[in-house]
Design a protein around this ligand. Structure first.
Ligand code: URA
Ligand code: CA
Length: 444
């Protein structure tokens, strides 16, 4: 087999066999196929697409390129959750303890933030002492004892994706449906859960801005999960604004705690209940996602989710007192309001711009090596549907940059421009747009 023949075959719209796909992936990881051939192949896939069978085979080849985690020492059905690149998406911090409190084991492997999206690890590490660096054996022990663990990716999981994603990033081949689906699903399959709930974002700030494309991505990922023997459900959710009010690491931990106390923003709470409801359903704890949602609502109201979050913090060497005393979290010294230049109703808040502004303030990484300021971020004072007068506060910037610096000015401008304010009243942005499972799909 020769890589150049396979590139040509795909360029002409042909369907590659499993052996051909395995040859490309293993050759790329071992170094016998160079970057320039893989880049040409990725571009051919971008234009020609892949069949469902090819996409599944690509996913399985990538999954098999490194270590895989086995969770079979944890009794019960293990359900994982994944969100495709949200801004201010605090859901994992809330869903993991909530679902664990309902008796479903949660063994969560998660990543750091890159670009305009935040990472769960960076958020958890703002809790004094919290250790995300657990071996797989320790993670499994923690889940057996406490029902929940949230850890950084360990071992050599899916090296094919690390290499291919970096290549796609610089060759204009990130936004290819089969390449996104296989990238996400290979990592989820390698992490070992029995079933999966996917939160596929659409709108500004998401990888795929278009609703049709989001459904197509959801269908592709559900097909891969099902084909790989893991029950998979996808929920399509809107990103016409950041989720909740907080964007930034410690600010989002605070928001998660408030939500577990029943005092969180409505959209964030609702999304957690819906996604968690599907997780309970896939874990066979309830007879349907709606019943799962109701069960979690009761658990939330009774405070068991908050109690489980404390237990999770304690089991990973963090200081559980933060739950009762939010001032133990890192706090920004500088707080600068961003005010509305004109009055009206908020129709949209561009999530990607808000995410980029948060990076300017120090909350995110420009490159993999940059350090994050745990206290930096943004608190939105207004959400879509809200009314604002000229000069009123739209958002508050939290940073350690002294007032008046160019970064702060730039972030303030970005935030102001991210708000679409018009004179006519705005409807609240719909949050749940549809779902896809192995039997079909539904649009709300
Ligand atoms: N997230 C991933 O992990 N991979 C992609 O290709 C896109 C988003
Ligand atoms: Ca948030």
């Amino acid at each position: 087999m020769r890589a150049s023949d396979l590139i040509l075959k795909k360029r002409r719209g042909g369907e590659l066999t499993r052996e051909e796909i395995n040859f490309l992936v293993s050759g790329y990881v071992s170094g016998s196929i160079p970057d320039y051939q893989m880049a040409a192949f990725a571009m051919a896939v971008y234009f020609r697409g892949m069949t469902g069978r090819e996409t599944l085979d690509l996913t399985l080849a990538m999954k098999g390129s490194g270590d895989t985690v086995s969770l079979h020492q944890i009794p019960g059905i293990k359900v994982d959750k994944h969100s495709t690149g949200g801004v201010g998406d605090t859901t994992t911090l809330i869903i993991a303890p909530l679902v664990a409190a309902a008796g479903v084991p949660v063994a969560k492997m998660t990543g750091r933030g890159l670009g305009h999206t935040g990472g769960t690890l960076d958020k958890l590490e703002t809790i004094p002492g919290f250790n995300t660096n657990l071996s797989v054996a320790k993670m499994i022990r923690a889940v057996r004892e406490h029902g929940v663990a949230v850890v950084g990716q360990t071992g050599n999981l899916v090296p094919a994706d690390k290499k291919l994603y970096a290549l796609r990033d610089v060759t204009a081949t990130v936004d290819s449906l089969p390449l996104i689906a296989s990238s996400i699903m290979s990592k989820k399959l390698a992490a070992g859960a029995d079933a999966l709930v996917l939160d596929v974002k659409t709108g500004d700030g998401a990888f795929l801005k278009d609703l049709e494309e989001a459904f197509e991505l959801a269908r592709t990922m559900v097909e891969i999960g099902t084909g790989a023997g893991r029950e998979t459900v996808a929920v399509i959710t809107g990103m016409d604004q950041p989720l909740g009010k907080a964007i930034g690491n410690a600010l989002e931990v605070e928001e998660a705690i408030l939500t577990l106390q029943g005092k969180g923003p409505a959209d964030l709470e609702e999304l957690c209940l819906v996604l968690g409801g599907y997780m309970l359903h896939l874990a066979r704890k309830v007879s349907g996602p709606e019943e799962g949602r109701e069960k979690l609502k009761q658990i939330l109201a009774g405070g068991a989710g908050l109690q489980k979050f404390k237990e999770l913090i304690l089991s990973q060497q963090g200081d559980p007192k933060v739950v009762d005393d939010l001032s133990l979290l890192p706090r920004a010294k500088v707080r600068v309001p961003v005010k509305a230049a004109a009055g009206g109703y908020v129709h949209a808040i561009k999530a990607e711009a808000i995410g980029r502004a948060a990076v300017w303030l120090g909350a995110g990484r420009e490159t993999k090596e940059s350090a994050v300021d745990p206290a930096a971020g943004i608190i939105l004072s207004r959400k879509v549907g809200g009314r604002v007068s000229r000069g009123e506060v739209l958002a508050v910037m939290h940073t350690s940059a002294p007032p008046g610096t160019p970064e702060l000015e730039a972030a303030g401008r970005m935030i102001r421009e991210a708000f679409a304010i018009k004179s006519e009243p705005a409807e609240k942005a719909p949050l749940i747009l549809g779902y896809v499972d192995r039997c079909g799909w539904k649009r709300y």
